[in-house]
Design a protein around this ligand. Structure first.
Ligand SMILES: Cc1ncc(COP(=O)(O)O)c(C=O)c1O
Length: 367
């Protein structure tokens, strides 16, 4: 426990603010609701831990049926592997001597870790590092299926990479990754489905080509919270959603309420300079703004905006605010991954009673 006053069973009203509050009942529902969709489709779920950044929550995901996990970074994978979560796909290209060496040291200890590659340079670096460390490396080719971020182009360029990988004594081509990140927040569900089908056609068309040319592709992985079902229906055998665990304002506005808001930021009113303006203790350091401002959980006609690192302002369009100095308010982050990354601890409760304080051991891991 963090201090003598923070003990299991206390009311969440006694936790100091600003803080991340996790409603474990809502987490359970979100997990059940997502995993049941893929159980009957017989598609593996490998949740992306860039959302939760915590081994305890990762273990809940594994218990719910996750067939491994994803991390974005080697440093995040180090935290998860050390906590006993060893089947990890690192979904970002690993480039640079320091990082590649760090990766091979990790894989020497945890051989179930696998990585994505999208270039000849990446293949050469991985082969060299794997030889030096005397290990075998499982790799997936990352394909650009429309996001225009990283990823080799589908078809012939991907085949070239596969042919090169097949010649490397220390690399094993396990599969392909094609993440359609550009579609996750499309508000028109019909359009999201249609464009996802197009993206999956690129991915699955390339898988067909690679298999025809003698590359036995086992894993076809894609999908986020906004698209995972459509990817599965198109024919991938693994999906990697992350945000569904907690949800956020941006996702709710895009996909509706299929998952509940399991994480909020609690903040305290520290000043009330005018009837229609309150100042709270949550600003840029507590709530990210890359997807817009957070919103108040129960009062949509009251707006929140950051007013500096440590301050936020609540204003009411309809006049006076129903809060006094010392009151606590609950905010829904606009973007969960970047908000969670600002905090050290999750305060997890059921029915308003504190159950756990979990450290965000994989937050701030940028390497
Ligand atoms: C490669 C990859 N897979 C999966 C995800 C998970 O997506 P979401 O959190 O939107 O469910 C992300 C998110 O950025 C990602 O980059």
């Amino acid at each position: 426990m963090l201090s003598t006053t923070i003990e299991k069973g206390i009311s969440i009203d006694l936790i100091d603010t600003p803080c991340l509050l996790v409603d474990l009942d809502v987490v359970d529902k979100n997990l059940e609701s997502l995993f049941q969709k893929f159980r009957y489709r017989k598609v593996n779920v490998r949740p992306h831990l860039k959302t939760v950044k915590s081994p305890e929550l990762a273990k809940l995901l594994v218990k719910a049926g996750a067939a491994g996990v994803c991390t974005a970074k080697v440093s995040e994978a180090e935290v998860m592997a050390a906590a006993g979560i060893e089947d990890i796909l690192i979904t970002t290209e690993i480039i640079g001597t320091a990082k590649v060496e760090r990766l091979t040291r990790l894989i020497a200890k945890y051989p179930q870790i696998k990585v994505v590659i999208d270039s000849q340079t990446g293949i050469e670096a991985m082969q060299q590092a794997a030889t030096d460390a005397n290990i075998k490396l499982n790799v997936l080719i990352e394909l650009n299926v429309g996001q225009n971020r990283a990823g080799a182009e589908p078809g012939e360029p991907a085949l070239k990479l596969a042919d090169t990988i097949a010649k490397q004594p220390n690399l094993h081509l396990l599969g392909v990754q094609g993440y359609e990140g550009h579609l996750q927040l499309l508000t028109d569900e019909g359009e999201r489905k249609r464009l996802c089908a197009d993206a999956m056609e690129k991915l699955l068309g390339t898988v067909k080509l690679l298999r025809e040319k003698g590359h036995p592709i086992e894993v076809i992985t894609s999908g986020g919270t906004g698209t995972a079902e459509y990817c599965a229906d198109a024919g991938v055998n693994e999906v990697q959603p992350g945000s569904f665990v907690f949800m956020d304002g941006a996702y709710r506005r895009a996909i509706g309420e299929r998952y509940g808001h399991a994480l909020t930021v609690i903040s305290t009113v520290i000043s009330k300079p005018a009837e229609n303006r309150c100042v709270i203790d949550a600003g840029f350091k507590s709530l990210s703004t890359d997807s817009g401002n957070a919103e108040l959980k129960v009062s949509p006609d009251i707006s929140y905006r950051p007013a500096g690192d440590e301050h936020g302002i609540l204003e009411s369009v309809s006049g006076s605010l129903p809060f006094n100095i010392g009151d606590r308010v609950e905010l829904i982050p606009s973007h969960i991954d970047t908000t969670v990354n600002l905090h050290d601890y999750y305060y997890c409760h059921r029915g308003g009673k504190l159950e756990h304080v979990w450290k965000l051991s994989a937050r701030g891991k940028v390497q």
